[in-house]
Structures are given as C-alpha cells and as structure tokens.
Write a protein that binds this ligand. Structure first.
Ligand code: T46
Length: 137
C-alpha cells in the first residue's frame, strides 16, 4: 500500500485571492505542537535524510515545489509537493528526503511534537534495524 497520503484543504477564496485555514482538531490527525517552514533553499541542495521515532507531520508546499521521498524501509516512493491546498501526511518511522527545491519553494510543516533531536534517526542503517525489530514485535 502506498505511503503517499494527502490531506486536501478547502480554498476559502474570493475575487481577492485564495486563503487556506488550518485548525486544530480539523483534518490534521494529531494535536498541533509546532509549525516551521523551509525557504530559500540553495539550488541543488537536498534536505531531510532522517526518520522520526514518534513525530508525525503534515508538509504543505505553500509556494513553489519540491520532491519528497518517503521510505518505510520496504517501499521507497517519491512525490512532488507543489500545491498549497494539499498536505502530505508523514507518519513516524518513515525515512524522508527532500530534493529539487524550486527557488521560490516554501515548505510549511505542521508537527505533532516540539523539536527534539533525540527523536531523530539520522543513520539509514540504524533506521532499517529499528524498523526490522519493530516489525517482528
Ligand atoms: C523534517 C523535515 C521535513 C530546530 O532547532 N527546530 C526545529 O523545529 C527544526 C525543524 C529544526 N531545528 C534545527 C535543527 C538543525 O540545527 O534547525 C536545523 C536544521 O534542521 P534539519 O537539519 O533537521 O532540517 P531538515 O530540513 O533536514 O529537516 C526538517 C525537520 O528537521 C524534519 O523534522 O521532517 O524538515
């Protein structure tokens, strides 16, 4: 089964332009504890290359585009984020990489927990080992 799950946000637009509102308890499948965004990513730079033990996130490309790779240790998939009304749900224990940022890319991320470096798995082999252990439990 694909790991690519999008949440569609309603456009509250009128003749002045478009607006998207995201509220706690509506559509986002966790309590929102943090929001951050990536922008002005230098040309040719890739980011991510880690998984999170517990953190869940929703990533929305509110401007421009980038390519997100999701890898659950068995299946590796990639998807373009290029739409401000679509949020990509990233579950815990999924390896992610972001590539091919356009110069105008602003990637907004809604997170289920405050920043915690100990939640990161930054070594791919360690990620695969933990995945294997969890899958037999
Ligand atoms: C993820 C992808 C999509 C903080 O101090 N607080 C924060 O909330 C975040 C997200 C980062 N930082 C610090 C940690 C590093 O010194 O900012 C620096 C850059 O973070 P990192 O190298 O982890 O950035 P990315 O772009 O590789 O990954 C980020 C998120 O960290 C990660 O959770 O899923 O975006």
């Amino acid at each position: 089964m694909s790991q690519i799950k999008f949440i569609d946000f309603q456009i509250l637009g009128d003749d002045r332009g478009s607006l998207v509102a995201i509220e706690q308890g509506k559509l986002i499948p966790f309590e929102i504890k943090r929001i951050y965004y990536l922008y002005h990513t230098s040309e040719g730079v890739s980011r991510g290359f880690h998984a999170h033990r517990d953190l869940k996130q929703v990533a929305i490309c509110v401007s421009g585009k980038c390519r997100m790779v999701l890898d659950n240790g068995t299946v590796r998939e990639d998807v373009w984020l290029d739409c401000p009304t679509k949020g990509l749900l990233i579950e815990s224990m999924v390896w992610r990489e972001m590539h091919d940022f356009s110069p105008d890319c602003v990637l907004l991320v809604i997170a289920s927990q405050p920043y915690d470096e100990s939640d990161y798995i930054r070594d791919y082999r360690e990620f695969l080992t933990i995945q294997k252990v969890e899958s037999v439990q």
